[in-house]
Design a protein around this ligand. Sequence first.
Ligand SMILES: Cc1cc2nc3c(=O)[nH]c(=O)nc-3n(C[C@H](O)[C@H](O)[C@H](O)COP(=O)(O)OP(=O)(O)OC[C@H]3O[C@@H](n4cnc5c(N)ncnc54)[C@H](O)[C@@H]3O)c2cc1C
Length: 387
Amino acid sequence: MTKSSATPFDTFKQQLRRFIDEVVIPRETWRSETHEQAQTTARYLQQQALAIGLGAPQAEKAIGGLGLNWEQSCEIMEIAGRSYLGPVALQCAPPIQPDSFVLEKLVNSGQRRLYLQPLLEGKRLSCFAMTEPAPGAGSDPQMLASRARRAGNEWVLDGHKWFITGAGQADFAIVVARTEEGVSWFLVDTDNPGFKLIRDIPTMEPFDMGGHGEIILENCHVPAQALLGEPGKGLDYAQWRLEGARLFHCMRFIGLASRAMDLAQHYVMHREAQGRLLGEHQLVQGIIADAHIKLYAARMMTRDVSKRLDQGLSIRHHSSMAKVYVAEAVYQVADSAVQLCGALGVSEDLPLSSILRMLRPFRIYDGASEVHRAAIGRRVLHKGLSA
Ligand SMILES: Cc1cc2nc3c(=O)[nH]c(=O)nc-3n(C[C@H](O)[C@H](O)[C@H](O)COP(=O)(O)OP(=O)(O)OC[C@H]3O[C@@H](n4cnc5c(N)ncnc54)[C@H](O)[C@@H]3O)c2cc1C
């Protein structure tokens, strides 16, 4: 009798893979939908996932989460990330996952009850509002132009934000604004009369849950308790949030690029040219080999950074290196998958062109590649780090 060597975690991953292939991928439309349609799909998938014990990777088991650490989350998120709806089904699509990660560190008991707990339970949705049009903050957070001033027992916020993911469906926003003490964070309900979502900004992404909103904050009064954490610490908080967010993006996008390459491999093993299968041409084999090498390196870097985070080590330098590498590698892999599938690759019959459009913006958000490269190089030279 052969003894199975599958661990409970292996069995769990197989179950998740079946769920993604059989329940989640068939619900993909690869189109921007109304927020209501997107929410209906999200709720359906979340119920289906919870019914078989699949919840947010890092949320506590007591509220339906999986209670995993960062390293364990890598494998789960890679499988879930094979579909853009996978993280939605597991209630950890951005901005929910990075917002809950950072709120966990910052909230007081009242904020936990009103914001974090409902967010973790899927009853309220969040967005994170930092980026501003020129001359405000983009790559350079020091250019932050939104202001918050004290008025009696309240704060009054004024500012202009854009590209705020999920703003169209959010119940509250984490707003980054300048105060006397420096950069500070505030919790603002989106039904506050001073919080105006003026439009969803269409992007090249084929699907965006809750859109990317442009927001005007005008004479926006919030109570003193809206201040999150300590005033003046906002840039440190943004760093924490971004580090975790980057890692989750790396994990899910490795899954998406891996799916793209699976589709390409299937194609080249069924299509012939010059009397043999495309997959028997060495140039094609070389492209596939390069894709696997890139994904292997991307996985290893992502897992290494995750392990460091689990060990409580600083990941500032390593997460920058991983983010640059993974963002570029997954895009190159998806681009190769499109190339290998010829005309079908650029069509809408396969999801490859949509995957490519989904992956491209990752080289810009959570720190553009150039900004990370500049920071890595500066750190290396100033600290005399050895390669
Ligand atoms: C799909 C998407 C979702 C987003 N979601 C959110 C969100 O939820 N919340 C939020 O607050 N923001 C969000 N953003 C905004 C994102 O954080 C910014 O796009 C990012 O910080 C870059 O700012 P910017 O677009 O103003 O680019 P800019 O600062 O104008 O920079 C433009 C380009 O200049 C180059 N560059 C910039 N600085 C340097 C430098 N020091 N050295 C060399 N080159 C440089 C880079 O190539 C960069 O891409 C999102 C963006 C996208 C595309």
